[in-house]
Design a protein around this ligand. Structure first.
Ligand code: BGC
Length: 797
């Protein structure tokens, strides 16, 4: 049976702190005027004091948001913000004097998602569309991510929002997940550090963040009932690890549980996940909320509170919770614990503190930062014959409807109402002399052939437009361009988003016949004239490159750079900025090579035509962990990215190793010296992969444990990078012992420019005997009854 003890302890501690606070109030005036440190303990003590003044009904108002979708209004809403996704109810009680304004919660991961206009108010309320998560992660630059977070959070605050419903940080198990664009990577360490940097940056403004979707929400098909089945070790090492890192490094105000089930039950009803792992093991002390209308909320809302989740969104379940209290299926102490978690965060919020927001963030400086963030993140995948950068004097012929219909980001709650999007055609035209006939051909073609797709769940829709088949007009434009212009740039776009997954078909994961024909013809005609062709990928996630990459010289993976996408592409193609992004995902040779290809998006077990269960047959072998362990060649490896200069690595060494002496508190440090061995200034991302000894546990061939990016290095200059691998990051999960352990033996360390470590000589360190880094909750996340890993794990070393 599960125990409620840990959260009771928290409450008892809070009461003690509150009493201490009350006693301070009896001290002399001098002591009272001493500055109070407003840390977690302070807010907890204040919240505890407040909680004691609330009626049960008021507490339940906190636990259940107002379901505005069905006409409820938030209690004590002051200055509404149009377009927010939800609220935490306020309290207005003249008898007790408790006045708490409702809090406003808004999406999303690539920028604040609010309406750009408000009833009865003049002016616009545009927010900056930042590069999507997968692109920002490709910068591998936590300082930059934190800087973006700071500016992003300033918009949250200045537009009157209290808690941002982001960052999204699910693991990109399979490229077809429609929401991958919101997420960072296939790797949990890169995901965790990126999320922590965003949380830290955003929260410096005194607004909250919500890491989401905890956990296993790795596909959209049937997302509100799909059952994701994996071994506890797989959950912990791959899918929970990023959340653990974000909680450890950034302690976000809030966390959102996911829609899906895990090993048979909804995550939001799993006390082992929400209380034992999240709070007791990791020390999360923020508020946990549901995803919108998630789980069995219309029948069993109380089970979401029993799990240790505090807030149900959008809500409308107060009566149900009251009935559960009455029936005894929910206790007063469960309600108090949840209300305390919520109140503690409410007290920090701008609304509670009466912050007078300006509605006037500095959108110009944020646009400049958004441009720089994309510049530092886009990945140069191929540059044969030094086709890039394009010389200033060159004229550029631009192909593809995507140059007009450039996507700034994905769809659904991850969309942003930005003032503008600079498309690729305009971005290139600002920087180069472009072929105007081609650009106007594509603009007219797009206008005449675009197809509108309604957004899911009331979100904004979007357009697609099939590539022109090679009409006579286009063929003649290509022929003219091949002789008149110096370089061909072909843009390929892919849109996707919340509520649907992508397909492994031509036109989605694979290029369409028309796109392949365009690449073929442009390449043939340009190459016949000795002129280079470059493809720009304005995509929401991994697509096929293997089929066509040999036909072109250059490939720039732009992903979706936000509102400045077109300018970022021009910055990189021109060499005004030297590319320094590296892949946060593997680009495989074919979709079928992906270890989860055969199980995505799940199995239909009840014969209704849609999937019910997803078996994570690949276990911990996700992304490069699979390709490196099974020697499978890829199109472009994880961590890969080119520059217009080159770098050499020298003097890689293990600096210190305190694992044997300090155990769980120990760490290993590694250093390497990177030299710019080329002829222009540039930045390099160096990655530390560890190959661990196998005693009790099988391990992937390599795992990312640390990384760093150099400053901009002039040609010929060097920088020494140092990396720290703390014990908890090095550890593996031993399901038999319910422990995170570091196994004894020799560890190989590769400091490498990508996950292709074949040409890197490893250095080593050793661990004398097994180190138990932490003990975990026995039986947590166990496989469903009657299932064992042997039934479904098909991949093992
Ligand atoms: C999404 C969340 C989002 C929420 C509120 C849900 O459909 O899954 O990511 O924060 O809506 O808009």
């Amino acid at each position: 049976m599960m125990t409620h003890t840990p959260t009771r302890t928290l409450l008892a501690l809070a009461v003690a702190v509150a009493l201490t606070g009350a006693m301070v109030g009896c001290n002399s005036d001098d002591e009272q005027t001493q500055t109070t440190t407003k840390d977690d303990a302070y807010y907890l003590s204040q919240a505890t004091g407040l909680l004691a003044q609330l009626s049960t009904s008021e507490k339940l108002d906190l636990l259940s948001g107002p379901n505005t979708y069905y006409g409820e209004s938030p209690t004590n809403l002051v200055n509404d913000v149009s377009g927010v996704a939800g609220y935490i109810n306020g309290i207005l009680n003249d008898e007790t004097g408790v006045h708490i304004p409702a809090l406003k919660l808004a999406d999303g991961p690539a920028g604040l998602r609010i309406s750009s206009s408000r009833d009865g108010q003049s002016g616009t309320f545009y927010a900056t569309a930042w590069p999507i998560g997968s692109l920002l992660a490709s910068s591998w630059d936590t300082a930059l991510q934190e800087e973006v977070g700071e500016a992003f959070g300033n918009e949250v605050k200045e537009y009157g929002v209290d808690i941002l419903l982001a960052p999204g940080m699910n693991i990109q198990r399979n490229p077809l997940n429609g929401r991958n664009f919101e997420y960072y990577s296939e790797d949990p360490v890169l995901t965790g550090h990126t999320a922590a940097a965003m949380v830290n940056g955003i929260e410096t403004n005194g607004v909250g963040t919500t890491i989401k979707h905890f956990f296993g929400n790795n596909s959209e098909t049937n997302r509100s009932s799909i059952n994701d089945i994996a071994e506890p070790r797989t959950w912990r090492e791959i899918y929970l690890r990023g959340f653990q890192i974000a909680v450890t490094e950034a302690q976000p105000w809030a966390l959102m549980t996911s829609y899906n089930k895990v090993n048979g039950s909804y995550v939001n009803e799993r006390r082992d996940a929400v209380t034992s792992i999240l709070r007791d093991e990791w020390g999360f002390n923020g508020l946990a909320m549901s995803d919108w209308f998630a789980g069995d909320v219309s029948n069993n809302a109380h089970k979401q509170v029993l799990s240790g989740q505090d807030l149900i969104e959008p809500g409308g379940v107060k009566a149900q919770l009251a009935a559960a209290l009455e029936a005894g299926t929910l206790s007063q102490s469960d309600v108090d614990t949840a209300a305390l978690h919520i109140l503690t965060q409410v007290l920090k919020s701008p609304s509670y503190q009466g912050y007078a927001y300006s509605n006037n963030p500095d959108l110009n400086s944020h646009a400049a930062l958004a441009r720089r963030a994309g510049d530092e993140s886009m990945v140069l995948l191929q540059n044969d014959n030094n086709a890039l950068p394009i010389a200033d004097s060159n004229t550029v012929a631009t192909f593809g409807v995507n140059q007009i219909a450039t996507y700034k980001g994905g769809t659904g709650s991850g969309d942003v109402n930005a003032a503008y999007t600079v498309n690729i055609a305009d971005g290139l035209a600002e920087r180069f002399t472009v072929n105007a006939d081609l650009q106007s051909f594509y603009a007219s073609y797009y206008e005449a052939n675009k197809v509108y797709h309604t957004g899911n769940f009331g979100a904004a829709g979007y357009y697609t437009c099939d590539e022109s088949s090679l009409s006579d007009e286009l063929t003649s434009l290509i022929t003219t361009a091949a002789s008149a212009d110096d370089v061909g740039v072909i843009s390929i776009g892919r849109q996707a988003g919340e509520g649907a997954d992508r397909s492994a078909e031509a036109g989605d994961y694979y290029l369409s016949d028309a796109e392949l024909a365009l690449i073929d013809q442009v390449s043939t005609l340009f190459k016949a004239q000795g002129k280079p062709v470059v493809v720009v990928l304005n995509v929401n996630g991994v697509i096929d490159t293997e089929q066509w990459k040999d036909k072109v010289d250059g490939i720039l993976l732009a992903y979706m750079g936000g509102q400045e996408t077109g300018r970022q592409v021009a910055d990189l193609l021109s060499g005004d900025v030297n590319p320094s992004g590296k892949l946060a995902q593997t680009f495989p040779k074919s979709y079928d090579d992906i270890p989860s290809a055969s199980t995505f998006p799940g199995e239909d077990t009840d014969g209704d035509g849609s999937p019910d269960d997803i078996y994570y047959n690949e276990g911990i072998y996700v992304g490069y962990r699979y390709f490196s362990s099974f020697d499978k060649a890829v199109s472009f490896p994880f961590g890969y990215g080119l520059s217009y200069t080159s770098f050499s690595y020298a003097g890689t060494a293990v600096g210190s190793n305190t694992l044997d002496s300090d155990g769980a508190k120990g760490s290993v440090t590694v250093t390497t010296t990177i030299t710019n061995s080329g002829s222009v200034a540039g930045k390099e991302v160096a990655q530390v992969y560890v190959s661990a000894p196998e005693v009790k546990l099988k391990k992937p061939a390599i795992e990312l444990k640390a990384y760093a990016k150099t400053a901009s290095l002039d040609a010929g200059s060097s920088e020494q990078l140092s990396f720290e691998i703390p014990a908890y990051i090095l550890a593996s999960f031993s399901p038999d012992d319910n422990e995170w352990i570091i196994e004894p033996g020799t560890y190989q360390v590769y400091v490498s420019p990508s996950a292709d470590v074949a040409s890197t000589t490893p250095v080593t360190f050793s661990v004398a005997k097994e180190i138990v880094v932490s003990s975990t909750t026995a039986g947590a996340l166990a496989l469903p009854d009657g299932t064992s890993a042997a039934d479904f794990i098909t991949v093992s070393e």
